[in-house]
Design a protein around this ligand. Structure first.
Ligand SMILES: Nc1ncnc2c1ncn2[C@@H]1O[C@H](COP(=O)(O)OP(=O)(O)OP(=O)(O)O)[C@@H](O)[C@H]1O
Ligand SMILES: [Mg+2]
Length: 386
C-alpha cells in the first residue's frame, strides 16, 4: 500500500526569489492527486522537494511519519527508496537502450542477479507497452515512448509513492489519455500514492481523486476533485476553462487595468479563448477491465464522506451523486441553501484551503491549517546541501 505524504507550512526560495510559501496538503495513501498551476509557479520544485532533491527552508514534509527535512541522511536515504519518479524531461540516459535504462536502478541499487533483473525489467516494459523496443536508444523513439520508458524505469523498484511531472508534455491528446490510463492501471496494480504535476485540463478533469492548485506563490486550494471542479474561485475556474478572462495573465498575475480591458473586449464579442465546461463533472477514469480494483477508492469514499459537511454545496452534491446516486445529491443540494455562496469551514488538516494572501472569496470562511548501493535516486540530480 502507498504511504501518506503530508506537507506543513512549506516554504521554498532560491536566494531572494521566493517560489512558494506555507504550502500545506496531504496526499492520501494510495490515492491519485494532481497539482495544477500556471507555468513557473513551482510545481516541479514542489515535486523535487518531496523527494528530497531540493530543500525547502521552512515547514515539514512528513512521509510515512518521518519529517524528511529534519531526519538524518540515512533515514532520508531509506525514504527515497519508496519513490518512483517520472521527471518532466524523462531523464533517460541517451547512450543506453531502453532495456538498460529501465534496468539501471536495479543494477545500481540492488544486488539482484541479472536473470531476476531481466524478469523485472521485461515485466515493466510490458506494462508500458514497450516490449519489442527494448534495443532502441532514446534518440530513436518518439516522445510518448520516451515517457513510457521513463515510467517503466520509475516502476522497477515497486514504488510506494509515484511522482509524475507533466506526463503529457510533448504528447498528443490521445497518447496523453493512454498515459493517464496507464497511470490509473499502475495505481490499481500497486496501490501507490500518486502525484501528477500538470497544466493539462483533461488530466485534471478525468484522472485524480484529489486536486490542488499553486498560484502566486501559494497553494490556492487542495481537496477532493469535486471541490476544484465545481469551484467558483476565479483563478481555479479560469485555469480549468483555459480562458483569458481571470486573474492569470501571460506573466502570472494581471493588473486591474488589463482585466478591465479584457472584460470589455469580451463584452464586445471578442472570444475569451476558453472552452465552455458542462456543469456535470466528467467521469473519472477507471482502471482497464481486468485490472485489480483501486484500493484507494474505497478508502477515499470513507474519507470524503467524513469531510462532506465542511465542503461547498456544489462539491457535496457532486460527491453524493457519485456515492449515493442522483436523488440523495439533489436533496442535499436543495437543502444546502444558496449553492453560489457556500460557507467553507476547514476541518482538521485543512483539506480545503482558502485563497492566498488573505483574499478570501465572498462567502467563504477560511481557517488556516493547523553505502549508497540501494538508493534508487542516485542517478538523479543531487540533493541540495542539508
Ligand atoms: N535549481 C533552481 N535554482 C534556481 N531557481 C530555480 C531552480 N529550479 C527552479 N527554479 C525556479 O523556480 C521557479 C519555478 O520553477 P518550476 O520548474 O518549479 O515551475 P513549474 O511550475 O514546474 O513550471 P512548468 O509548468 O513550466 O514546468 C522558476 O522561476 C524557476 O526558474
Ligand atoms: Mg515543471
Amino acid at each position: 500500500m502507498g504511504v501518506e505524504v503530508t506537507t506543513k507550512n512549506l516554504t521554498k526560495s532560491f536566494g531572494s526569489q521566493n517560489i512558494w510559501s506555507d504550502v500545506s496538503l496531504t496526499l492520501p495513501a494510495g490515492e491519485v492527486s494532481v497539482l495544477l498551476g500556471p507555468s513557473g509557479t513551482g510545481k516541479s520544485v514542489f515535486l523535487k522537494s518531496l523527494i528530497g532533491l531540493l530543500r525547502p527552508e521552512e515547514g515539514q514534509i512528513i512521509i510515512d511519519g518521518t519529517d524528511i527535512l529534519t531526519c538524518s541522511s540515512s533515514e532520508l536515504y531509506e525514504i527515497r527508496k519508496m519513490f518512483g519518479v517520472l521527471f518532466q524531461d524523462g531523464a533517460l540516459f541517451g547512450s543506453m537502450n531502453l532495456y538498460d535504462n529501465t534496468a539501471f536502478p536495479l543494477r545500481e541499487h540492488t544486488k539482484k542477479k541479472e536473470s531476476e533483473i531481466r524478469q523485472i525489467t521485461m515485466e515493466k516494459l510490458e506494462m508500458v507497452g514497450l516490449v519489442g523496443a527494448e534495443d532502441k536508444l532514446p534518440g530513436e523513439i518518439s516522445g510518448g515512448m520516451r515517457k513510457r520508458a521513463g515510467l517503466a524505469r520509475a516502476l522497477v523498484l515497486d514504488p510506494k509513492i509515484m511522482l509524475v511531472d507533466e506526463p503529457d508534455s510533448g504528447l498528443d491528446p490521445v497518447r496523453t489519455t493512454y498515459t493517464s490510463q496507464l497511470l490509473m492501471d499502475i495505481n490499481a496494480q500497486i496501490d501507490c500514492t500518486t502525484l501528477i504535476v500538470t497544466h493539462n485540463i483533461n488530466i485534471a478533469r478525468t484522472v485524480p481523486d484529489n486536486m490542488g492548485m499553486l498560484f502566486l506563490k501559494h497553494l490556492v486550494m487542495f481537496g477532493p476533485r469535486e471541490v476544484l471542479l465545481t469551484s467558483e474561485e476565479p483563478v481555479v475556474k479560469q485555469f480549468l476553462t483555459g480562458s483569458m478572462i481571470g486573474p492569470i495573465g501571460m506573466s502570472e498575475e494581471k493588473d486591474q487595468a488589463q482585466m478591465a480591458a479584457e472584460a470589455e473586449r469580451v463584452a464586445g464579442g471578442h472570444s475569451d479563448g476558453g472552452v465552455d465546461v458542462p456543469d456535470e463533472i466528467a467521469p473519472q477514469m477507471q482502471p482497464t477491465p481486468g485490472m485489480p480494483v483501486r484500493q484507494g477508492v474505497a478508502r477515499r469514499k470513507a474519507r470524503v464522506r467524513e469531510m462532506l459537511p465542511s465542503l461547498p454545496a456544489k462539491a457535496q452534491t457532486a460527491i453524493l451523486r457519485d456515492l449515493e446516486g442522483e436523488p440523495a445529491a439533489d436533496a442535499a443540494y436543495a437543502a444546502a441553501g444558496s449553492p453560489e455562496a457556500p460557507t467553507v469551514v476547514l476541518g482538521q488538516g485543512a483539506e480545503y484551503q482558502g485563497q492566498a494572501q488573505g483574499e478570501v472569496p465572498a462567502g467563504y470562511e477560511v481557517r488556516q491549517p493547523l553505502s549508497q548501493d540501494d538508493n534508487p535516486t542516485d542517478h538523479l540530480p543531487k540533493v541540495e546541501d542539508r
